[in-house]
Ligand binder design. Structure first.
Ligand SMILES: Cc1ncc(COP(=O)(O)O)c(C=O)c1O
Length: 341
């Protein structure tokens, strides 16, 4: 099987497993795990923030950010299709008690769209307290946000008294694609989350970074959500290994996504988005009421290719550490031949 459902399907390499086995550990709820401490220090430095907190998942990192920045009843401005509004089981409403307001259309929104989304400060409106970006943007097809727009929106948000969070689950992909350092991409944000378990290939783990005061607050919320882990150094060691060995190779994943896209686009019946990073969106012909994407995904599976159904007429392919460029090209060819011409 060529598994392109997600970059989360990777299995730890032998070298990563050795690093995990050799990790020095302690009880991290007591603040005594040296490997977790090192990971948190290294990631904070990499992102240009004062502190970072190791958490089990990207979802928990985002949810903690909402708890840190907003109060129940507040509004959070997000892009269309934002992960925290689509894929976190309604947690923003359940735990932080926030509601989401979508600014503009598509993965990027500008200052005008922000202004239109922010409610006046009158008591009967929800209080807008936070703007959340997503870079790269998952539902936006792995799109890298234009940094000048992010900076302009963040500056306006700050002037309006709003905090800024960056969901950087795939921030290292954005850095690889744009040639900018992750610290530069993170600079406009008060808090930034990054995932080790996606393109970086670690089995578990994300970090939330920001200033010391916010990360101290985040530490308490992590415990409240049940995210305090004990000898978590075993997992942190996988993250440290990933940062040392799997960042430079992300450009390969992007090249492999381009090969998949090029091969899939040989079918004139498929509308294939040109990838900027490791995600390729493919629109499938047919009446969306017949759910043509499901039918094509089922046929692709029979042909040995696993894809995600991302809408009634949309498929998503994601490249990662465990698929080669040739496999990606073969998967694209198989999809094109199934779709026909
Ligand atoms: C943009 C984005 N943010 C957050 C997450 C959540 O990460 P996790 O699956 O570790 O909860 C994902 C997962 O795919 C994601 O794509």
């Amino acid at each position: 099987m060529i598994d392109l459902r997600s970059d989360t399907v990777t299995r730890p390499t032998e070298a990563m497993r050795r690093a995990m086995a050799a990790a020095e550990v302690g009880d991290d709820v007591f603040g005594e795990d040296p490997t977790v401490e090192r990971l948190q220090r290294d990631v904070a430095a990499l992102l240009g923030k004062e502190a970072a907190l190791f958490v089990p998942s990207g979802t928990m990192a985002n949810q903690i950010a909402l708890l840190v920045h907003a109060r129940p009843g507040d509004e959070v401005v997000v892009s269309e299709g934002a992960h925290c509004a689509w894929y976190e089981s309604g947690a923003g409403a359940a735990w932080a008690g926030v509601q989401f307001v979508v600014a503009g259309a598509g993965p990027v929104f500008d200052v005008d769209a922000l202004e239109a989304a922010v409610k006046p400060r009158v008591y009967y409106y929800p209080r807008t307290s936070l703007v959340a970006f997503e870079n790269t943007h998952n539902r936006g097809g792995g799109r890298v946000l234009p940094q000048a727009t992010v900076e302009a929106v963040a500056a306006r948000a700050r002037a309006l008294g709003l905090a800024v969070h960056l969901d950087g689950a795939r921030l290292f992909n954005a850095a690889a694609s744009s040639g900018r350092a992750v610290a530069e991409l993170a600079r406009p944000a008060d808090t930034v989350s990054v995932c080790l378990s996606k393109g970086l290939g670690a089995p578990v783990g994300s970090l939330l970074a920001g200033d010391r005061e916010r990360i101290t607050a985040a530490h308490r919320f992590r415990k409240m959500l049940g995210g305090g882990m004990r000898q978590a150094g075993v997992l942190a060691a996988a993250g440290l290994h990933a940062l040392a060995h799997h960042v430079a190779r992300l450009a390969d994943d992007h090249a492999h996504a381009a090969r998949f896209a090029e091969a899939a686009a040989k079918s004139p019946r498929l509308a294939v988005q040109r990838p900027e990073t490791n995600i390729v969106m493919v629109d499938v012909p047919g009446d969306p009421r017949d759910r043509p994407a499901e039918a094509l995904a089922a046929r692709a599976k029979e042909a040995g290719v696993l894809l995600s159904v991302f809408g009634a007429a949309r498929l998503r392919a994601v490249t990662h550490l465990d698929v080669t460029g040739d496999e990606c090209a073969r998967a694209g060819e198989a999809l094109a031949s199934l779709a026909g011409g």
